[in-house]
Write a protein that binds this ligand. Structure first.
Ligand code: HEM
Length: 479
């Protein structure tokens, strides 16, 4: 239509310059008309929300204010259901706990997919969709049980020792200030290198080693492309993808590294206790993959009968599909550590330590709890660590107050009525669940801007209403 309108205008004007002007006018007119039609979507359905502006919808506001604060503002102003526009595309924010449960659990099949931008490959779990997601998820789940995590505990302990030695050296050299984000980023990078890529790096002493520089470049590219508030008609072009979303060299670096490790292990029949090995060996079981000790993992706060049933149903029709991961899929899952693990873990640790620094009382409680927990070798067993209530409460409160994930998103794969609200979510609409806003609602967490781990101590955590604490998203997510 745009081209046709442009050509007609050009014919009228007869000259090349006029052709160009005609084309530009036609493009603007086309987008304006489409935008006008699109942004009446929520108004026609009597759903309120922030006013969109042409071309950008509500995207531009995100450049003017940090997203969590903006979402909290919208939540307070418009309530637990409000309409948004990502350029001209409607999205629905849903923050009511019962409706969140409907989306994440009861109607899981209708909301099985997250949205992805064109050009993102679907090999890793955070990006995979439909049967691809189901199959990879069913195979990878057993690698995330607490028993399997325990296998990597020794690797993580070594990284912890390096971290403590670095701090000791700093103190001996008279350094009395640290930049937490950089320090915890280096620690997290060491853990990722050891656990996912069988590579020992020392990010503190050698921050410019090829592993760290490639990883940070890759993460920066992912963050940059994920956060730019640009309309889809720009983001979806090949030119944009070529100019902005590169990361190809970095991906190749890690793909080559992982491939050579896989070959070496296969050729020499080597076995290691790391994530790469788990992925190489894992074979999808036919039954439940959870282990009894998984229940100690504190974030299973939303997990009950409904969630178990939904999980079982989600994977019931996976049988018969290929049971092992291909080499490319193994590489894809290793990238999860960068995409899903690096930012979230380093941010959580940074904020947790920051709060400890501000609150000497919390430091004392942590010291009291942990001083008895070390064994005669000065080490702490995984089982002992996973049962310490104060550490657990401290991290849970950090994840509430400073949730690294600001929102969850799901794409409606069919039309769904939202509870008894009378609101129909139509196929193709993206649902946003604004985690930060929900975590800072005083009805769910009194005095929400006060850092108070006691909310998550064993006597209190049962009072937390299900689906108001969502740092890891849906109960079945592999985090
Ligand atoms: C503080 C740490 C972390 C936080 C707060 C966090 C949070 C999240 C959230 C909110 C989601 C989306 C869930 C949903 O859409 O329902 C997610 C998905 C995921 N995360 Fe994490 N994550 C963390 C660490 C990690 C780490 C270390 C890994 C890898 C080892 C990881 C692997 C994944 C995977 C594989 C998914 C996709 C799960 C699926 O599709 O079933 N995460 N995470």
């Amino acid at each position: 239509m745009t081209l046709l309108l442009g050509s007609v205008l050009a014919l009228i004007c007869q000259t090349y310059e006029w052709y160009l002007i005609g084309l530009i006018v036609a493009v603007i007119a086309y987008y304006y008309i489409s935008w006008r039609n699109a942004v009446s979507y929520w108004k026609d359905r009597h759903i309120c929300g922030p006013k969109p502006i042409p071309i950008f919808g509500n995207l531009l506001s995100l450049s003017l204010k940090p997203r969590p604060l903006l979402e909290l503002e919208w939540y307070k102003k418009y309530g637990k259901i409000y309409g948004l526009y990502c350029s001209g595309k409607p999205r629905l924010a849903v923050a009511d706990p019962a409706l969140i449960k409907q989306i994440l659990v009861k109607d899981f099949n209708a909301f099985r997919n997250r949205s992805i931008s064109p050009g993102q490959d679907g090999l890793n779990l955070t990006r995979a969709r439909d049967n691809n997601w189901k199959r990879v998820r069913a195979i990878v789940s057993p690698t995330f049980t607490s028993g399997k995590m325990r296998k990597m505990y020794a690797l993580i302990s070594h990284c912890c020792e390096d971290f403590l030695n670095t701090l000791d050296n700093n103190v001996s050299n008279g350094v009395n200030e640290v930049e937490l984000k950089r320090l915890m980023g280096a620690y997290t990078m060491d853990v990722i290198a050891s656990c996912a890529f069988a590579t020992k790096i020392n990010s503190y002493a050698d921050p410019n080693n090829p592993f760290t520089t490639n990883a940070l470049n890759f993460i920066n590219v992912s963050n940059r492309t994920g956060r730019l508030p640009l309309p889809s008609f720009i983001v979806n072009t090949n030119i944009y993808r070529r100019v902005v979303s590169t990361g190809i060299t970095e991906k190749k670096f890690f793909a080559d590294l992982s491939r050579s490790l896989i070959r070496k292990r296969r050729n020499n029949n080597e076995k290691h206790n790391d994530f790469l090995q788990l992925l190489m060996d894992v074979e999808r079981p036919d039954g439940d993959t959870r282990e009894a000790s998984d229940a100690n993992e504190a974030h299973h706060v939303n997990e009950g009968k409904d969630e178990m049933k939904a999980n079982a149903e989600a994977f019931s029709r996976v049988l018969g599909l290929e049971k092992k991961l291909t080499e490319d899929e193994i590489l894809g899952q290793c990238f999860i550590f960068f995409i899903g693990g690096y930012g979230s873990v380093s941010i959580t640790l940074s904020y947790c330590i920051y709060e400890l620094a501000l609150n000497p009382g919390l430091q004392d409680r942590l010291y009291e709890e942990t001083k008895e927990a070390f064994n005669e070798k000065g080490e702490m067993d995984y089982e002992v660590l996973s049962r310490l209530p104060f550490i657990d409460a401290l991290l849970s409160e950090t994840l509430r107050h400073y949730s690294p994930a600001i929102r969850l998103e799901r794409e409606a794969m069919e039309d769904v009525m939202l509870g008894n609200t009378g609101v129909k979510i139509e196929k193709g609409v993206i649902v946003d669940i604004p985690i930060y806003a929900i975590h800072h609602d005083p009805d769910h967490f009194p005095d929400p801007f006060t850092f108070s781990p006691d909310r998550f101590m064993p006597d209190n955590r049962d009072h937390i209403q299900p689906y108001t604490y969502l740092p890891f998203g849906s109960p079945g997510a592999l985090t």
